[in-house]
Design a protein around this ligand. Structure first.
Ligand code: HEC
Ligand code: HEC
Ligand code: HEC
Length: 173
C-alpha cells in the first residue's frame, strides 16, 4: 500500500512540474524600470506602456509616503519594488535621492526582470509573470497596515484593474 502512495505522490509531483512549465514565471534579480524601458522603447516600441504607468499612483507609491516613512521597511514592502528581494528596494537605497527601486514599477507586478532580460526572444513571454488578482492582494490587503490613511481605498479587483490596465498600442486597430 505504502509503495502505491509513493507512486501516487510521484505522479502528482510530475504533473505539478508539467503544469508549472506552462505558466509564465519571472526569476533572477530585480533590474528596475530604466532597464525595462531601454528595451521596450527601442526594440518593441512600447514607450506608451511607461507613459501610461507614470499616470497611475503606482508610479508615486514611494513619493507619496510621508517624509519620515520613505525608508521605513514596514511601508516599503508595498510602497516600492522588490523590497528585501535580490536587486530590489532596500532601506539603504530608499535613503538615496532617487532610489532605483522606488514606487511600484513594472516588476512590482510582473516579477523580477533579470531572467526576462537575458532570455532569448522565444522565452521572453514565459520569463515574465502574468499578474492576476493574487498578485494585487499581496499589497492591496483588506485593511491598510498601520491603520487608515487618507487616500486609501478598499480593493475592488474588477474596478481597480480597469484603472491600471495597460492601454493598447496607439497604432493598434
Ligand atoms: C500591505 C501593503 C501596504 C503596506 C505594508 C503599507 N501600505 Fe500604504 N497603501 C497600500 C495600498 C495598496 C494603498 C492604496 C490603496 C488604494 O488607494 O487603492 C496605500 C495607500 C497609502 C497612502 C495613500 C497615498 C495617496 O495616494 O495619497 C499612504 C499615505 C500610505 N499608504 C502610507 C503608508 C505608510 C506610512 C505605511 C507604513 C507605515 C504603509 N502605507 C504601509 C498598501 C500598503
Ligand atoms: C499593477 C500591476 C502592473 C504593473 C505595475 C505593470 N503591469 Fe503589465 N500587466 C499587468 C496585467 C494585469 C497584465 C495582463 C496579464 C494577462 O494578460 O493576463 C499585464 C500585461 C502586460 C503585458 C502583456 C503580456 C502578455 O504576455 O500578455 C506587457 C508587455 C506588460 N504588461 C508590460 C508592462 C510594463 C512594461 C510595465 C511597466 C511600465 C508594466 N507592465 C507594469 C499588470 C501590471
Ligand atoms: C507591490 C505592491 C502592489 C502591487 C503588487 C499592486 N499594487 Fe496597486 N497600489 C499599491 C500602492 C502602494 C498604491 C498606492 C500608491 C499611492 O497612492 O501612493 C497602489 C494604488 C493602486 C490603485 C490606485 C491607483 C490610481 O492611479 O488611482 C489602483 C487602482 C491599484 N493600485 C490597482 C492594482 C491592481 C489591479 C493590482 C494588480 C494587478 C495592483 N494594484 C498591484 C501597491 C501595489
Amino acid at each position: 500500500m505504502l509503495k502505491y502512495s509513493y507512486l501516487a505522490l510521484a505522479l502528482v509531483l510530475a504533473a505539478a512540474v508539467c503544469v508549472n512549465l506552462a505558466f509564465s514565471e519571472a526569476s533572477g534579480k530585480y533590474i528596475g524600470n530604466k532597464q525595462c524601458l531601454m528595451c521596450r522603447k527601442t526594440v518593441v516600441k512600447q514607450q506608451y506602456l511607461f507613459d501610461h504607468w507614470a499616470t497611475t499612483k503606482h508610479a508615486k507609491a514611494t513619493e507619496n509616503l510621508p517624509a519620515d516613512k520613505k525608508a521605513d521597511p514596514e511601508c516599503l514592502q508595498c510602497h516600492s519594488t522588490g523590497f528585501g528581494k535580490p536587486g530590489g528596494m532596500t532601506v539603504e537605497m530608499a535613503k538615496t535621492a532617487t532610489p532605483l527601486m522606488a514606487n511600484v514599477q513594472c516588476e512590482g507586478c510582473h516579477g523580477p526582470g533579470e531572467a526576462h532580460k537575458t532570455a532569448p526572444k522565444e522565452k521572453k513571454a514565459e520569463t515574465m509573470n502574468k499578474p492576476t488578482k493574487e498578485t494585487c492582494i499581496v499589497c492591496h490587503t483588506e485593511t491598510h497596515p498601520g491603520g487608515d490613511v487618507p487616500g486609501w481605498k478598499k480593493f475592488n479587483y474588477e474596478e481597480d484593474s480597469k484603472t491600471v490596465a495597460h492601454p493598447k498600442a496607439p497604432d493598434a486597430k
